[in-house]
Design a protein around this ligand. Structure first.
Ligand code: FES
Length: 128
């Protein structure tokens, strides 16, 4: 497959993405309501023009997807934000606006929800 065909079949490969939000929809996080958190991320970020994809816009800079368990099962729902290395726990739909404003727009993590924030020296350098 050449690059043009790849882009045609998967335009995400050239999307103007800056961040990837993972909402855990594993069994435990689902039991804590992670589906509602996921839907709220899609809605709030679409409203702010940040969401990439058919629920948002093809110009959006944040992609929001599900992920499987990351080990925060007893304190979910878990939300991870990359490349920032931020892991949030116990996220509820009412927290999403604050995460969007403080973290995704303001570049400051929401301290009260932080399970872990990987130190910069533990993050791998960019590959380019
Ligand atoms: S099910 Fe979400 S962290 Fe385990």
């Amino acid at each position: 497959m050449d690059r043009a065909e790849l882009i045609d079949k998967a335009p995400v490969v050239v999307a103007p993405l800056k961040r990837h939000v993972f909402v855990c929809t594993g069994k435990s996080c689902s039991s804590f309501g992670s589906e509602a958190v996921l839907e709220t991320f899609w809605g709030v970020l679409a409203q702010k023009g940040l969401l990439y994809g058919k629920r948002g816009s093809w110009e959006g800079s944040v992609i929001v997807t599900t992920c499987g368990s990351v080990g925060l099962c007893q304190v979910g729902p878990a939300v991870l934000i990359y490349p920032d290395g931020v892991w949030y726990y116990g996220v509820q739909p009412q927290d999403v606006e604050e995460i969007a404003e403080k973290h995704l727009i303001g570049n400051k993590p929401v301290e009260r929800l932080l399970a872990r924030h990987l130190p910069e020296d533990q993050l791998l350098p960019a590959l380019h």
